[in-house]
Design a protein around this ligand. Structure first.
Ligand SMILES: *[C@@H]1O[C@H](CO)[C@@H](O)[C@H](O)[C@H]1NC(C)=O
Ligand SMILES: *[C@@H]1O[C@H](CO)[C@@H](O)[C@H](O)[C@H]1NC(C)=O
Ligand SMILES: [Zn+2]
Length: 389
């Protein structure tokens, strides 16, 4: 895979400008232990409290997504409202809430134009000029299959959407501390931002093909390739400004086996694998799988990577040179595309562990070490203990 655009500006600015915000500091054990929720569920006697976020029936993040949500349907609109309501009430007002709406015909719906609506939730550093923000991009699709009728797609991909909402909320307050009261160096250096893509129209309506699939992500990648930032910006388009595209799919079933699909992003895969390994050693994860979720951290450069085989929302972005980390199990969960892909077949400890691992990864990527320790810093006299900025 070639990288005609995406990595070069970042690399150049790393070489020429000492840009502290582009460092990558692993989280300390203290941060992992004390600041990454969800904390383990309290089991008093044998009663486990129901998960406030991920319980399939009452969880505030997940339950509203667990319904049929075929593009254009009532359920589809309700899930969109759920996302917007979440962003407006649970995230800092600095998050941009941006719709990308298109329509297309499908082989199942004849001449009717079906609406496809991607939602982008984005938080850039305050004062950063457009075209100067390298965005960690976290994606999942929220549409569900047309058939079988009544399909709710719990692992596909209600759970990944809920996990991304959780992660955004978990790092939100810390980003506020990192960026302070709107200060920052302003316009001229590349800084890190984060965005969540809730993508529409991933599923095929009749049979998977280039035209019958990925309706939302194809449109978004095309739009972002054609949208120009001001001349002379570090990144010329929103597509180039994606530092890494992390796609979550088919998560929520027990014992997932996540391969490393791309040699170009194996380094990022290893960062996530290392976080999982450290959290397991520290006793911060609930599951006790036979193998770690990310099984291939020791894979060598020359080994075989199978990234070409799984078609998913990353494809339109990858075709345009974006770096992809695809977090999807192989094999797929047995419930895949059956009526059994519902709330009853989810494994809550696995879901919470994904939330913990992904939160830690985003916190590391955004270089939040030192800012997670608000409580401790105050106890020791108010200094966050970080002086290299
Ligand atoms: C759970 O707790 C209840 C009451 O505290 C008790 O009667 C029951 O036997 C317990 N069940 C198990 C599986 O321990
Ligand atoms: C895009 O779609 C969303 C969700 O259906 C809707 O709320 C919004 O008004 C639409 N925006 C435009 C410009 O049509
Ligand atoms: Zn699917």
């Amino acid at each position: 895979m070639k990288h005609p655009h995406s990595t070069l500006p970042l690399l150049l600015s790393l070489l020429t400008l000492p840009s502290p915000s582009l460092t990558y500091t692993p989280l300390s054990d203290f941060s992992l232990q004390h600041h990454l929720t969800p904390s383990l569920p309290t089991t008093s006697s044998n009663i486990t409290t129901r998960d406030p976020d991920f319980d399939p029936l009452i969880g505030a993040l997940l339950a509203p997504i667990l319904r049929p949500r075929v593009p254009g349907s009532v359920g589809h609109a309700a899930v969109q409202s759920h996302f917007v309501h979440f962003a407006q009430t649970e995230l800092h007002p600095a998050w941009q809430i941006e719709w990308h709406n298109t329509t297309a015909t499908t082989p199942a719906t004849g001449a009717r134009q079906v609406p496809f609506r991607n939602l982008v939730l984005r938080r850039d550093p305050p004062g950063a000029a457009a075209g100067e923000v390298a965005r960690l991009t976290l994606a999942a699709h929220y549409d569900s299959l047309l058939r079988p009728e009544g399909f709710v797609g719990a692992v596909d991909s209600a759970v990944p959407c809920a996990v991304l909402m959780f992660v955004a909320r978990a790092v939100d307050g810390v980003l506020g501390r990192l960026w302070g009261d709107g200060g920052g160096e302003g316009g001229l250096e590349v800084r890190k931002g984060v965005q969540v893509l809730l993508l529409d129209g991933e599923e095929a309506w009749v049979e998977w093909s280039e035209r019958d699939s990925l309706y939302g992500s194809r449109a978004l990648a095309e739009t972002w390739e054609d949208t120009r930032y001001e001349a002379g910006s570090s990144f010329s388009t929103p597509l180039e400004a994606i530092s890494l595209f992390v796609l979550l799919d088919l998560l929520g079933a027990p014992e997932p086996n996540i391969p490393s699909y791309f040699p170009t992003t194996h380094w990022a895969y290893r960062k996530v694998a290392r976080i999982e390994e450290r959290m397991r050693k520290l006793g911060l994860l609930e599951t006790r799988p036979k193998k770690p979720f990310l099984t291939e951290s020791e894979k060598k450069e020359g080994a075989r990577f199978f990234g070409g085989y799984v078609q998913d929302d990353h494809v339109p972005f990858m075709q345009r040179g974006v770096d992809i980390l695809h977090v999807i199990p192989s094999p797929f969960p047995p419930v895949w595309h059956t009526m059994d892909d519902d709330g009853a077949h989810l494994d809550l400890p696995t879901i919470r562990d994904w939330a913990r691992i992904m939160t830690a990864f985003v916190a590391e990527w955004m270089d939040l070490e030192g800012y997670l320790e608000e409580g401790r810093g105050e106890a020791e006299g108010g200094d966050s203990g970080r002086d290299e900025l």
